[in-house]
Design a protein around this ligand. Sequence first.
Ligand code: ATP
Ligand code: MG
Length: 269
Amino acid sequence: MNSKAQLTITHLTKKFEANSVNEKTALLDFNLEVQKGDFITILGSNGAGKSTLFNAILGKFLPDKGSILLDGEDITYEKDYKRALNIGCLYQNPMRGTAPNMTIEENLALAYTRKSTHRFFAVNKKDSAYFRELLASLDLGLEDRMKTKMGLLSGGQRQAAALLMATIAKPKLLLLDEHTAALDPATAEKVLRITRSIISERGLTALMITHNMEQALAFGNRTIMMDSGRLVLDVRDEERAAMTPQKLVELFSRSARQALSDRTQLSVS
Ligand SMILES: Nc1ncnc2c1ncn2[C@@H]1O[C@H](COP(=O)(O)OP(=O)(O)OP(=O)(O)O)[C@@H](O)[C@H]1O
Ligand SMILES: [Mg+2]
């Protein structure tokens, strides 16, 4: 195993509703090694297993087979709330993961002190100045609205603030599950730019699920594609530099055809 690996997933397999008519193989012998500082974009059709992969990493369920190592530590059977201390996560719905009735400042303070053992927190002047500086870096004017309740922000503003919350404690891994999909194109673009700068400034390791082929190639340093719970494409370096959204679409439909033919063969054999 590479000593610089930040995340190592080996033979990960998960069947939902096993041994029933609704049995669904969401992950099948899935392997992935992520290096420290990698920013990987993840493509795959609906139901390919992308969110299931994130849920497995987050410990929302235990896999049937396989293992997950985070920064060299085996977390395969670690409780989800413990993993959450080291893994930041953002979803499509900007309402998830933030406390709508608390102010922006309080939300950031909660995220900032997540790892501390104190049950109560107070925002001191130093922290407040730091939050203000972070909010100013978003360039959305939120630094002047620190006392505004999170629930009153627009989707884009909230997603940008949620991104700060997810990264303020410098997680070992940042998972982004279509986090700009519910935003209008201009806001999505802005949140993506903020995402890119936070990841690079903080030297984070990140996985980002997207359905947008252009984004998948424009962001990060490596692109993978999933289909039927498996890894079907993994491009980086020169191969990625030469990749176009058009070629990705072709590979995408080829892998879908292959999966269909595999499934047909499985059901006749
Ligand atoms: N908790 C669950 N119980 C039963 N089936 C599940 C569960 N979670 C996921 N699945 C199934 O596993 C498969 C993979 O789902 P998943 O949500 O990972 O897809 P996805 O790649 O994220 O798709 P999308 O692009 O639509 O978000 C789907 O067939 C889904 O119905
Ligand atoms: Mg999904």
